[in-house]
Write a protein that binds this ligand. Sequence first.
Ligand code: PEP
Length: 249
Amino acid sequence: MRRKLAAGNWKMNGTTAALSELEALARAYPTPSIDVLICPPATLLHRAAEVVRDTEVTVGGQNCHAATAGAHTGDISADMLVDAGASAVILGHSERREDHGEQNEDVRAKARAAMDAGLKAIICVGESLEQREAANTLDIIGGQMSGSIPDQSTGENLIVAYEPIWAIGTGKVPTLNEIGEVHDFIRNRLERRFGEGVGRSVRLLYGGSVKPSNAEDIFGVSNVDGALVGGASLKAQDFSGIIDALLKA
Ligand code: PEP
């Protein structure tokens, strides 16, 4: 049985005041029967970990460097994330692929470092609108998976997030059939590469304009084990609607 996961990506949003949203969330769901993870900006990570300390809500990073330490001004290693209290890290988000030119091999190296440090790597894959319209979605996802996911992956240290780029922050969402097609494809690929046991144990998240109003339908799609949520994770009230839908799924 794969444990469901509601993961929030705060991106470059939030200063100290935002911790009150996390406090509210931790108060509402101290011991949820699903996993609840918030990935705040790195500046808040340590304090966020303190906020959720006596609960089962966890916190994570939004990126890490592939090296364990060294001359990399402005970067953060996986060990540093662990030290700050992280249990997971989002890697290969399309915004990092786009803004920082991250390639599949960069994502793979970072994922290796994250797994070596004991973090769960949430590896993001997803097609652009152009690629979808050209009917290239599955080729793109397959290529990103082969290139970004390290060989040492297991159901414990790997989570894959399918995030169509055109659905992120736009209010547009693929049809349930389209989500199902990609999630089944990802599951199949994982089973072929890692064997049925591992392939079936990796959690698959959908991400892209998930809101309380559409979460229930999305969570009803097969092979959707939860969501990676941007905008709607910033406010405890919105994210609670998504958590509640996942608790019911
Ligand atoms: C994201 O950036 O991971 C994301 C899914 O954003 P949003 O929920 O705002 O579309």
